[in-house]
Ligand binder design. Sequence first.
Ligand code: GLP
Length: 241
Amino acid sequence: MRFHVFESPKEASAFASNIIAEQIKQKEDTVLGLATGSTPIETYQNLAEKNKNNEISFKKVRTVNLDEYVGLSGDHDQSYRYFMNTNLFDHIDINKENTHVPLGDAEDLEKMCEEYEKLIQDLGGIDLQVLGIGNNGHIGFNEPDIKLYNETHVTDLTESTIEANKRFFESKDEVPRQAVTMGMASILRAKHIIVLAFGTSKADMVKRLKDAYLDPQCPVTFLKIHENVDIIFDKDAGSKL
Ligand code: GLP
């Protein structure tokens, strides 16, 4: 696990977008694992800029997203499909058919989860996974628990996640109580993982990545098993190291 600290989120995002751009230059049909949340937004803006400047092309890139709220269709403005379209896909030359986000409004969610897992496999696995960290240590929507799931599955959201994510909805009541998320193994099978963490609210989580043990009550600690992970954070998120 490599730790990279930067003065500001801006510099950290520039570093992250350069890693992603290099990956795409080396393999034009790269499979990118993508995350939502406020943290990767500037990285996505940098990628759109690089695309505009013809530094990289997304024409052959395939993407799979980590998660989606149950019950929200892709045109709901709080769905993660909508987030990805507006923050990245609408601004780059990607073929939308090559972009995949779990379908939160699928009739048969279990079947959709199985198909999503198979899709990742059929694409040849994830070359580079982008991750944020929930304030409670979740990755994707793998929430703190006494047990963690390996594959894509439906999960109940914890009170702390509902609380943290209510800022995006009109009221707390509107925050979905469930989500579909890639599982721990779906994430850990990625060949390379980059984790972004900005601000003091992530300082405890960055510190937990230095602890000598894994804790299912803090799912991000499981990244320590992986041999190719870059943790990219600003000095506030690194303030407890
Ligand atoms: C959501 C997503 C996570 C993301 C987290 C952090 O809960 N499911 O994948 O990492 O938000 O969000 P932020 O980057 O806004 O702190």
